[in-house]
Design a protein around this ligand. Sequence first.
Ligand SMILES: [Fe+2]
Ligand SMILES: [Fe+2]
Length: 381
Amino acid sequence: MSKKLESLLELSKSIIHIENINALLDQLLYQTRRECKADAGSIYLVEEGKLRFSYVQNYTLALREENDRQHLYIDKTIPLNTESIAGYAASTEKTLNIPDVYNLPDDVSYHYNNSFDKATGYQTLSILTSPILTASGDLIGVIQLINKEDSLTFDEEDCDYIKHACDLASGAIERAHVSNETFMRMLRVAELRDPKETGAHVKRVGAYSVELYDAWARKQGISDSEIRITKDPLSTAAMLHDIGKIAISDKILKKPGRLNEEEFTIMKSHAAIGANLFSKSHLTIDRMACDIIGGHHERWDGDGYPAQLKGNQIPLTARIVALADVYDALISKRVYKEAWDEQEVLDYLAAQSGSQFDPELVELFLSIQDTIRVIRRRYQG
Ligand SMILES: [Fe+2]
Ligand SMILES: [Fe+2]
């Protein structure tokens, strides 16, 4: 069997069980980069009629800036038209192989946007771009492989490989896309019910949780592939942390003042109610959602709710989200409170280390503040 075919089979095996769209695309990018020997790669996803620069994997930058993950949150959307390289591949649904982005032929409609190179100091040369479509032909996004090894250019074999890989992934992408849409719809329903918990808040909590998990997992020596597989369900599940509030009556949910004891007891039931929504499934994301939703108000010292779990009895993912959620609630302005100063919030977290929060996680969270700040700016509102 040829090496390329073997690698395509390996790809199809590795993605068949991935339920989450982000994890799937991440894996697709990882495998195609490895097979086509690309130093870097990125994925743009279609969002509200535009292309959003959504993932970047970059070997050179990863080596250079081991702990600097800020470029992951560069906020960039580009119009879905033929003026950019990614836009061209998306609009025409064609694979585009460019040997040198700084020397494009005169007769093409697209140009190279060098803002990523400028922001990171990275030098892009060759780019292979291919559209990602679902099995039924809907455009999901665009995959780009950047800088073929040893300053070479991508060849016909690479073009074939990336096309086959995207085709192979299309069925799984479609399934994952539908399930992702369902989760996002649940979040929109929750936001309609409780405008205090904004979309921006849940996105930030999702992103902080992923970064905190990443720092924790690297410290434990967990493999890159396991980290990648865990991060995306974690992000979605973390965003769902307060989904149980859809079952709390408006009288309590929207009460402007403080809740009395009886109201607070009802409010607290959102953790168990939410967890129950996911408890009967054994899909990874559902199990993770169940742990997080059920455990995000537990405390390290056992004084939380609903089950008064203590220390490591609380699932790791719930300990992570508990910290991310409180951090964001304190540092943001809400209808009922002003935003706290960053230093005040960090002091609070440090003071609660070992009582409310897992001390190891507090320490890690304090150590990744540069990335946390970038996320805060990225998801404002
Ligand atoms: Fe909650
Ligand atoms: Fe929250």
